[in-house]
Design a protein. Structure first.
Length: 236
């Protein structure tokens, strides 16, 4: 979303105020305009619940609409400058029956208060007949799009916040709903997890996600019944 020299709590309060107002009053994009100061960001993303160490590979098993998918997320050593901020490039690939179904590059950066920000994505969805959709792609600073928060620096239950903002394209929200949870996946049992509720203002339903310290997201369950679980993590 944005970043100034606010402390993490003040920053989150500001985000909350803007986000809740947008939902309640139907405000337009001009009403959500976080201030980004590149000097307030650091090149190392080491938030315990969203670490991005280049060379890390996370593999997930997803079940969606009766189909089992493989999701491979790789933290690359590449970077991309967005709004003056050097962002880490994360490569996210979804496979179905050995074929690429979705291929996405995400751009993330960390504020000096530990908050992980989302600056956009370049996504491609491969459909039948050789068609490719780039719907959902957006970049902060272009066509009114604004960055958002993926993980606060000090996560604790509270009000919702924007995760991304591209009007009519990317309008995801997030909210910390619990901490200190224990979650088991095929990759192991993880303690002291943070639980979130995440949803899009453009779609119905929501999903709950669990983030483990030192790992990141380990499990997802949507209201529609889709699931995703971490099956392995390879660290450099």
């Amino acid at each position: 979303m944005r970043v100034t020299q606010f402390g993490s709590l003040s920053l989150l309060v500001l985000i909350v105020a803007v986000s809740v107002g947008c939902q309640a009053m139907g405000l337009k994009k001009a009403d959500y305009n976080p201030t980004i100061n590149p000097a307030d960001f650091q090149t190392k993303v080491d938030n315990p619940y969203y670490p991005l160490v280049p060379g890390t590979v996370l593999k997930y098993s997803e079940k969606s609409e009766g189909e089992t998918l493989e999701n491979i997320i790789t933290v690359t050593s590449d970077t991309k400058m967005i709004m003056g901020v050097k962002c880490v490039v994360v490569h996210d690939v979804v496979m179905a029956n050995g074929k690429v179904k979705e291929d996405t590059y995400d751009w993330l950066a960390q504020h000096k208060d530990g908050t992980v920000w989302y600056f956009g994505e370049d996504t491609k969805e491969f459909k039948s007949g050789g068609k490719v959709s780039t719907e959902g792609s957006w970049e902060a600073g272009i066509k009114g799009a604004q960055p958002g928060i993926l993980m606060p620096g000090n996560p604790k239950p509270g009000e919702p916040y924007r995760q991304e903002y591209g009007r009519g394209v990317a309008e995801d929200m997030g909210q910390i709903v619990a901490t200190g949870e224990t979650v088991t996946t095929p990759a192991g049992t993880f303690k002291d997890c943070v639980k979130t509720k995440e949803w899009s203002l453009l779609e119905s339903g929501h999903e709950n996600k669990w983030y483990a310290p030192g790992v990141g997201c380990i499990k997802e369950i949507s209201t529609g019944g889709d699931t995703s679980e971490l099956i392995s993590i390879t660290k450099p």
